[in-house]
Design a protein around this ligand. Structure first.
Ligand code: C2E
Ligand code: MG
Ligand code: MG
Ligand code: MG
Length: 284
């Protein structure tokens, strides 16, 4: 069905759009309830040193299980949380959970591990981030260098001046900073020298066909070289095969993350997982 609006343009109200809007609102409502009732969980995915195969840390990944709908993918609920503003309390919950986990690790003899947390553009642009992190640091008595904050290129470039200032302040506090999904945004190279970051995470899209696609292989090799010459370390995302691991190790990527080394898992399993790895994963 189409209607004329005041300027003579047609506006469309399709059944599909109504259904999408309806679903959107339904999920948003359910997310608010889940946040209040403890329906969210943080899972941890190992990051390993490519040289030794040992676990050096983890990335915190949000999980949502709804009693009626079952498990809902982050790719479905994060965009809705971003749009509705729910990502602010939700992201805050993830940060608090991450700091609590770091404190637990310290007491359990896993204090050398680092934990990476994804930040949305909204959290990053809001102005409340720094004071909130300070508060959590003091509450949990955490070494800030154990926490890594991941932001995407797209989020960083939304307001480059603000990003630049905030990254500087975060780095001055001692936090580690990583650019997530590197290579999927725009102006990937110019800002590397502008922003005070520690690491880049090469997007899974480049790693997937690394053995068969010479362009991907060239891009990954050159990116690692560039990062190293700028003094940054590199994590490769989405490593699933021994051959990918071998390639990345030969190219001197520092670390890797992917199903080959471990799926995201509940936090209580992760400590066991790390201890079971006293023997490193056998190399390619
Ligand atoms: P990301 O930060 O790039 O996280 C990596 C994603 O790749 C995760 O998907 C992870 O499960 C998946 N992955 C890891 N290894 C492999 C592999 O070997 N093969 C394949 N096929 N996939 C792999 P997940 O957990 O579904 O999260 C998707 C995205 O949702 C994340 O991408 C991140 O952008 C966002 N996200 C997750 N948790 C949070 C959060 O707490 N806050 C915010 N703002 N975003 C989050
Ligand atoms: Mg990430
Ligand atoms: Mg990523
Ligand atoms: Mg991603």
């Amino acid at each position: 069905a189409a209607k004329r609006d005041g300027r003579g343009n047609f506006r469309f109200f399709s059944p599909a759009m109504n259904a999408a809007t309806h679903e959107h609102l339904m999920l948003e409502t359910k997310m608010w309830a889940a946040l209040e009732r403890g329906g969210f969980e943080v899972h941890l995915q190992a990051q390993v040193s490519l040289e030794t195969g040992r676990v050096i840390g983890a990335e915190a990944l949000l999980r949502w299980h709804d009693p009626e709908l079952g498990s809902i993918e982050p790719s479905r609920f994060i965009p809705i949380a971003e749009e509705s503003g729910l990502i602010l309390p939700l992201g805050d919950w993830v940060l608090a959970r991450a700091m609590a986990l770091l404190a637990e690790w310290q007491h359990e003899g896993l204090g050398g591990l680092r934990l990476a947390v994804n930040l949305s553009a909204r959290q990053f642009g809001g102005g409340a981030l720094l004071s909130r992190l300070d508060q959590l640091l003091a509450q949990h008595q955490i070494d800030p260098s154990r926490l890594e904050l991941e932001i995407t290129e797209t989020a960083a470039m939304r307001d480059p001046e603000n990003t630049r200032a905030l990254l500087r302040q975060l780095r001055a506090r001692g936090f580690k900073l990583a650019i997530d999904d590197f290579g999927t945004g725009y102006s990937s190279l110019a800002y590397l020298k502008l922003f005070a970051i520690d690491r880049i995470k090469i997007d899974r899209g480049f790693v997937k066909d690394i053995e068969h696609d010479p362009n991907d292989a060239a891009i990954v090799g050159a990116t690692i070289g560039l990062a190293h010459s700028l003094g940054l370390s590199v994590v490769a995302e989405g490593v699933e095969t021994q051959a990918q691991w071998g390639f990345l190790r030969d190219k001197r990527s520092d670390e890797a993350q992917g199903y080959l080394f471990g799926r995201p898992m509940p936090a209580r399993e992760f400590g066991e997982f790390v201890r079971a790895q006293a023997q490193p994963v056998p190399g390619p």
